[in-house]
Write a protein that binds this ligand. Structure first.
Ligand code: GRG
Length: 306
């Protein structure tokens, strides 16, 4: 592991905690997904290839952390954490397709369609999305009330759909090569990236029986986190290391995509990301040390390299 950066020991501890959560989520994904040997094998191979290609598991970790900090056993919310990671991976598989971003590498590996062909990649993405909702039903078997399982399922579906991530992706594609306003750019980022982060913290919190005020605070945290995360994603596309990122850089410029560095310049975009991180930290004050994992996640954004 690299030497501690500006965040020092705190950042190291946060990374270790993320690593532990990611391992538990990976084990759950392995249990919930059909085995490689299940017929028809090719689609299960493609689903597993992309899901186990080395994602950071931030969205799943947010579910665990939000539930854990409100007193619920993190293991009980694993179906929601796994479901969010399945939806996230489906979105990456589809985003990489020739009809969208047309990328050859993702998570340091050839993209799903480069290995399995476009048709299987589309179907593997579809299968991950539908498997996510089948997996969410397992929350009921974990003893959560049907009403809460329904509410979480509804919020995750909305976050993934045309008023959430897909909406953001559509406006993003529509905006290629044209000048757009800051409001439209914010719509793209908050829907394409922010919606799943918001659904992740809210799902964990809802299952843990959070009060309305707690849900409100966590939604504010996730919105600021999503924006800061996406701004640094845009900055990394300009200045990041392809090896560490595991994908090609310079894609936004080549595709004439609207980005914060494009709209504001690199320095101001970096400042906006830093402001959002401060907002994240401020929003968590009422939770005290219980929210240290979420605080660590916000601090990590500014030093992230992948
Ligand atoms: C195709 C339905 C559909 C949606 C695509 C999420 C998305 C919408 C496109 C991905 C494009 C992109 C690079 C968005 C930036 C933010 C983002 C989602 C980055 C990747 O998330 P990480 O860094 O990925 O958490 P890992 O690999 O660690 O899981």
């Amino acid at each position: 592991m690299a030497a501690p950066g500006p965040g020092g020991q705190i950042e190291m501890n946060w990374k270790e905690e993320l690593f532990c959560k990611a391992e538990i989520i990976d084990q759950a994904l392995d249990r919930f997904l059909p085995p490689l040997s299940a017929y028809p094998q090719v689609v299960h191979e493609a689903m597993r290839y992309s899901i186990f290609a080395g994602g950071k598991r931030l969205r799943g970790a947010f579910v665990l952390s939000a539930a854990g900090m409100l007193g619920t056993d993190e293991n009980r919310v694993l179906p929601a954490a796994a479901a969010l990671e399945m939806i996230h991976t489906y979105s990456l598989i589809h985003d990489d397709l020739p009809a969208m971003d047309d990328d050859d590498y993702r998570r340091s590996k050839p993209t799903c369609h480069r290995v399995f062909g476009e048709a299987v990649a589309i179907l593997a993405g579809d299968a991950l999305l539908t498997k996510a909702f089948e997996t969410l039903c397992l929350l009921y078997e974990e003893g959560f009330a049907a009403n809460d399982v329904l509410q979480v399922t509804r919020e995750i579906a909305a976050a993934a759909g045309s008023n959430g991530m897909i909406g953001g992706q559509v406006v993003d594609l529509d905006s290629e090569g044209i000048e757009i306003t800051g409001d439209i750019l914010e719509y793209i980022h908050s829907h394409k990236t922010g919606a799943l982060f918001t659904a992740a913290v809210r799902s964990g919190a809802l299952l843990a029986g959070a009060e309305d005020e707690e849900l409100h605070v966590l939604s504010e945290y996730a919105a600021a986190f999503g924006l800061a995360f996406q701004i640094t994603d845009d900055l990394l596309d300009l200045t990041g290391d392809e090896k560490k990122l595991g994908k090609k850089t310079g894609r936004d410029l080549a595709k004439k995509k609207a980005t914060y560095p494009g709209l504001l310049g690199k320095e101001q975009a970096g400042q906006l990301a830093a402001d959002q991180v401060k907002k994240c930290i401020m929003s968590l004050t009422s939770f005290g040390p219980k929210a240290d994992f979420l605080r660590g996640a916000a601090n990590y954004i500014l030093s992230r390299e992948s």
